[in-house]
Design a protein around this ligand. Structure first.
Ligand code: SF4
Length: 548
């Protein structure tokens, strides 16, 4: 019913062009709900306004929008106005503020309905949107948030449009109003309407819609069946969005996506948009080419910053990335290890992916530390294969910081040691050592860093160990019981630091612990180790509550 074909939109501002939608294509079918998901500022509402043809004069477009086969943008404003509400209707973001406060709902409906049959149509509309006759006399100031949203829906549906666009219809509603709107949308879908649901609520998108589109800085990064949104998405951005979304059955504490959510319009140099004097907009400036998500992506490679990834297509889905899903950092296959006649690990396999926290949980003697050393490449397994990503950089944090740091070196010297080994010039190495200390939550103060391990608390020492583990800019951090020697309050601080580092540096973490409750709070996946074998591996949500 509606097609957007290779559509771009930019705003002319002074002598600049700010790109808001970048070659977007989508298609809305009758009897389907399509969800459009993205962070604030991604261009969702701009896309909705483009479909409605409600754009400011300084907006310029390229590409096509077809509604019921008609080229929508080449129609005159008058012709478009005549079709609005009948062919396509929009429920704008917000609630009562979109209603004229001086008119009752009945007057608003009568204003847009043809006089003949208006009362009959109002009677049909009220149950469809869950309003009663008494609501017709209400003014916007007298309505609750849920009632105002239903009133807006009634106004949008008044002239029986074929295509309905809803911009964050449940954003400010309580659960029961949200459920009602969801129910109403299902009924509209059953009536054959094409529905575009704009939302940042991934749960709503996954349960209500048929297909989901992911928009990021004006680019559509992924199109996938909504049922696959949480567990089978293939674009790193969709995977990151799903990980940070607070689902009801979710155990992991909420963390953010690496970097800042962009909230400004895209400002790019390319053949379409040549910029002139733009010094005052330099902070909006993106590189000429490359993946838009690269600065935040936990698996970005050098080519991601220089070449634009292609759209990959597969059955009923497409995504814009060089890869398919999160890639493997380390693969351990069929690992067995013996200490003399004692078998510590028995044919164990596990894969670590970019940007995830994998907790390996087990009791003392279950083989956790043996596996950590094999994963780090410092112990060769008796049998089995270890395959790291080419050039994989690994950092290690051990259980006892007093044993991990040399008693003869000050903290500063311990931090400088790996930097010197990497042949970093002395002045630069010292600056980096202070940066590492700061990143690990230590005061970057010479007085503290000149101290020796025996002069400091265990919590401070463990932070120093984390700082040292970051010296080679690791992609994988292996943390072997890093908090088991700490009291609960220091443990909480160290874990918080680790989680912040994981997000901001896009690290993968193999977190080894005997503490299942802690693992459930911080992990994306869990493996339970029992007598050298994995007794469970999978999501936190499905993980057994107790170690077997
Ligand atoms: S193209 Fe590269 S940077 Fe972009 S999402 Fe894919 S892996 Fe990440």
């Amino acid at each position: 019913m509606l097609e957007m074909i290779d559509f771009s939109l930019w705003y002319e501002e002074e002598n600049h062009q700010l790109l808001a939608l970048d070659h977007c294509s989508l298609s809305l079918q009758g009897g389907f709900i399509t969800a459009l998901v993205g962070e604030s500022g991604s261009g969702k509402s701009t896309l909705a306004k483009s479909l409605m043809g409600c754009l400011p004069a300084h907006a310029k477009t390229q590409g096509k929008i077809k509604i019921l086969g008609e080229d929508w943008l080449s129609l005159t404003p008058q012709a478009r106005r005549e079709r609005l509400g009948k062919e396509i209707a929009w429920v704008p973001q917000g609630g009562a503020e979109n209603l004229n406060p001086l008119l009752s709902l009945e007057t608003l409906l009568l204003e847009i309905l043809p006089p003949q049959g208006a009362q009959e149509r109002i009677k049909e509309l009220l149950p469809l949107v869950g309003l009663a006759k008494r609501h017709l006399q209400l003014y916007s100031g007298e309505m609750s948030g849920g009632e105002a949203q239903r009133a807006l829906l009634a106004l949008a549906l008044a002239n029986d449009p074929k295509v309905v666009i809803l911009d964050e219809p449940t954003g400010a509603l309580d659960q029961s109003s949200r459920d009602f709107i969801a129910h109403a949308l299902k009924r509209l879908r059953a009536q054959g309407k094409a529905i575009l649901l704009i939302t940042h609520d991934l749960e709503l998108a996954s349960t209500l819609s048929d297909e989901t589109l992911i928009l990021y800085m004006g680019q559509l990064l992924e199109r996938l069946p909504s049922s696959k949104l949480f567990d089978e998405s293939l674009h790193p951005y969709t995977i990151a969005l799903a990980r940070v979304f607070p689902r009801e059955n979710r155990h992991k504490d909420i963390v953010k996506i690496k970097g800042e959510a962009p909230y400004r319009l895209l400002h790019r140099h390319d053949t379409l948009h040549t910029l002139h004097q733009h010094d005052h907009l330099e902070h909006l400036h993106l590189p000429d080419s490359g993946c838009l998500y690269a600065p935040r992506c936990t698996q970005a490679l050098p080519e991601c910053f220089t070449s634009s990834p292609p759209y990959q297509e597969q059955e009923n889905r497409s995504w814009r990335c060089f890869y398919q899903g999160m890639q493997e950092l380390l693969n351990l296959e069929n690992i067995t290890h013996h200490y003399g006649s004692f078998q510590a690990l028995q044919g164990l396999s596990l894969r670590l992916l970019h940007g995830e926290i994998y907790s390996l949980v087990g009791a003392s003697g279950s083989g956790k530390s043996t596996l950590a050393w094999i994963a780090a490449g410092v112990l060769k397994p008796t049998q089995g294969r270890r395959t790291p990503k080419e050039g994989l950089r690994i950092g290690m944090v051990y259980q006892n910081p007093l044993l991990a740091l040399s008693p003869r070196l000050s903290i500063l010297e311990s931090l400088l040691e790996p930097l010197r080994l990497a042949k970093i010039p002395p002045k630069e190495a010292e600056d980096q050592a202070f940066e590492l200390a700061k990143a690990a939550g230590l005061k970057a103060d010479l007085h503290l860093l000149k101290r020796y391990p025996h002069e400091l608390s265990l919590g401070t020492l463990q932070r120093a160990c984390i700082a040292r583990a970051l010296a080679n800019s690791p992609e994988l951090l292996i943390a072997d019981e890093p908090t088991s020697a700490l009291d609960p309050s220091v443990q909480a601080c160290v874990i918080k630091t680790l989680l912040e580092l994981q997000v901001e540096r896009g690290l993968s973490v193999l977190f080894i612990t005997h503490h299942l409750a802690l693992a459930r709070k911080i992990s994306d996946r869990i493996g339970l180790l029992h007598e050298g074998k994995l007794s469970y591996e999978g999501s936190v949500e499905e993980c057994p509550l107790f170690l077997s």
